[in-house]
Structure formats: C-alpha cells, structure tokens
Design a protein around this ligand. Structure first.
Ligand code: IPM
Ligand code: MG
Length: 354
C-alpha cells in the first residue's frame, strides 16, 4: 500500500499526523503500508513556487492512494490565481482523473445533539453524496475577465458536461446505490441550464441498466431545501461539481460538524485521493484544537475503496465510534459541559481504541 501523504496547509499537518498514527498502528499489525510525504497547496508554493510541484505530481502518480490534509491560507490569497493553493487541489484531482467524489453524511448516534437540526430529523441519517469532480464550470474554458466593446469589464466562466463524463459518474452512482438503499436522486438545474437538461437525459438513459435502483430528479434549489427539511428522504445524491460542492457543505452540518466528514475521490480503477471535506481553517491552525476524525475516517475510506479492505475500514470506523462513546470530543462536537480534548489527544484516543 503505497500512500502519498500531502499534509498541505493550516490545520492540514496536525490532522494528517493523527491519521498517520492510525496507519502506523496498522503497519505494525502487518499491513504493508509505505508513507511518503510531499507538499501541496501553499506548502508547495513555499517549498517549490508551485501549489502542485512536479515532485508531488510524480509521487501522486506513483502511489496507490493519496492522503491529503487541506490547502489554503490567508497569506496566499493575494497571489495570482495559478499560484493559489486551491489550484494545487484542482490540478491533482484533474491530473489523476479523480472524477467520482464520495462524500458520506452520516450522523453518529453520539452526535445527534451536535447537529444544527432537531434530533428527530437527523437521527439515523446516512446519505452518500456523489459529486462529479473533474468537469463542470470548475474546469470549463473559456473563462476570465474581459473588457467589452463598450468598455465595461465582465467576468465569465463556462459550464459544460460531455456525455462520457456524465455517463461514467452516473454508472458510479447507480453502483453505489445498489450497495445501499437502492435510491438515487440526481440533482440538477434542468429548468434553466442546458448542461443540466443534458445531464438529466444521460442519467435517465444510464438508469435503464439499473432497474433495481429507483431514480428521481430534483432541482438543486429544492434539494438544498429538502436537505434541511427532511434529509432522511435521500439515499444517494448524484450531482455535478459545483452543485455537489455546495450541497456537501450543507449536508455536513446535518451531521454535527464538518470536522466529521471524510471523502474519497476515485478514478476509474479505484485509485483514490482521500481528504476531509473541510478546509485548512487557518484561524485555528497550530492550536491543537482541530478535529482529526474526518481525516482518520478518510483513511478508513481508503482501506475500503482503494485497498478493498472492508474489514480494516470497519475497524477504524469502530475505533472512532468508541472514542465518541467514551465521551471524547474536540471543541467543534462538544456539547455544553463536556470536557474538550485536543487534536493530538483525539488521535491518541482513536489509536488506543484501535
Ligand atoms: C471542496 C473545496 C474545494 C472545491 C476548494 C478548496 C477548491 O471547497 O473540496 O469542496 O471547491 O472543490
Ligand atoms: Mg467545498
């Protein structure tokens, strides 16, 4: 198991260090895990003047899987766009062909009260958001800021999806649904966007190959509302890059904290990049208060999807559950009156439970 580890920026190094502790335990238990570190994002810019340095690119291509912390920081916000940390993230996703981004929103019984919704709305919630990750308005050309004939300046981006891009992510969505509740809701904006009309047409076509899965379609504005009105109606949500970006942040709050949400970004052969859904949180970096569980749960997803070790994935997830059952909480998931522990202590607790 050759794993490229990219801690990135902000709280990235702290949370990745906790996931690395977990992997280290598994290595001592006999798994052939090799970790190799490289820079991405602002760390790449600082080390090599590039948010996705060639050395990182080489390592990422050679590895079986990539474990990523987070990228971004205030000090990089004024750099020209190609040098910004986020570009490193977008380039590694695109460069590795990681089109299928799985973002599970799972409510742990211990954390129902940490959710911003009433407990009865979220208890038992288990949604899988499948976000297309390498197309859409994120990557469409042309884009930029131009000056019109009348002298006015204009910002513009291009949204498109080609048939093969929709088809492959739709297949991934239906396969995931088959292994879960057999319901797939495709989210688009087909009442306004041609791209979405086409998306809906192709998803409907692909659905014919999966008669066991119940397909529904929903406009993205309605989906945003339904997620806070009655989130348990969803099983798998399939959507494009930008809608998935937004809806997955929204879904994270249902679970109590974005600090609990792992993700997997897979290519056609289940090579994957695993990262927490949250960002680099520069305001709390270096304070040992970040929640490392999303990153540790991302390592569990790596075992499940890239290495096909469901047993180990479940072992890591059970260890996380156990620490929650013990009442251990970082600040973001602590209820009033609960003792809070730091990032490293949480990592140690998961290791002990493991
Ligand atoms: C995410 C993030 C990224 C995205 C940013 C940091 C480029 O918000 O992974 O959801 O928009 O995809
Ligand atoms: Mg996002």
């Amino acid at each position: 198991m050759k794993i490229a580890v990219l801690p990135g920026d902000g709280i990235g190094p702290e949370i990745v260090a906790q996931a690395a502790k977990v992997l280290e335990v598994l290595r001592r238990d006999g798994l052939k895990i090799e970790l190799e570190y490289a820079h991405l994002g602002g760390a790449g810019y600082d080390a090599a003047g590039d948010p996705f340095p060639p050395a990182t690119e080489k390592l990422a291509h050679a590895a079986d899987a990539v474990l990523l912390g987070a990228v971004g920081g205030y000090q990089y916000d004024t750099l020209p766009r190609p040098l910004r940390p986020e570009q490193g993230l977008l380039r590694i996703r695109k460069g590795l062909g990681l089109f299928a981004n799985l973002r599970p929103a799972l409510v742990y019984p211990e954390l129902v009260n940490a959710s911003s919704l009433k407990p009865e709305l979220v208890s038992g919630l288990d949604i899988m958001i499948l976000r297309e990750l390498t197309g859409d308005i994120y990557f469409g050309q042309p884009r930029g800021i131009r000056t019109l004939d009348n002298g006015e300046r204009q910002g513009f981006d291009t949204m498109y999806y080609s048939e093969s891009e929709i088809r492959r992510v739709a297949h991934a969505g239906f396969r995931i649904a088959l292994n879960r509740g057999k319901k797939l809701c495709s989210v688009d904006k087909a009442n306004v966007l041609d791209t979405s009309m086409f998306w809906r047409e192709i998803v409907t076509e692909v659905a014919q190959e999966y008669p066991a899965v119940e397909l529904s379609h929903m406009y993205v504005d309605n989906a945003a509302m339904q997620l806070v009105r009655a989130p348990k109606q969803f099983d798998v949500i399939l959507t494009g890059n930008i809608f998935g970006d937004i809806l997955s942040d929204e879904a994270s709050m249902l679970t109590g904290s974005i600090g609990m949400l792992p993700s997997a970004s897979l290519d056609a052969n289940n090579k994957g990049l695993y990262e927490p859904c949250h960002g680099s949180a520069p305001d709390i970096a270096g304070k040992d208060i970040a929640n490392p569980l999303a990153t540790i749960l991302s390592a569990a997803m790596m075992m499940r999807y890239t290495f096909a070790r469901e047993d180990i994935a479940q072992r890591i997830e059970a260890a996380v559950r156990k620490t929650l059952q013990q009442g251990l909480r970082t600040g973001d998931i602590a209820e009033a009156g609960m003792r809070k522990i730091g990032c490293a202590a949480m990592g140690d607790a998961v290791v002990a439970a493991l």
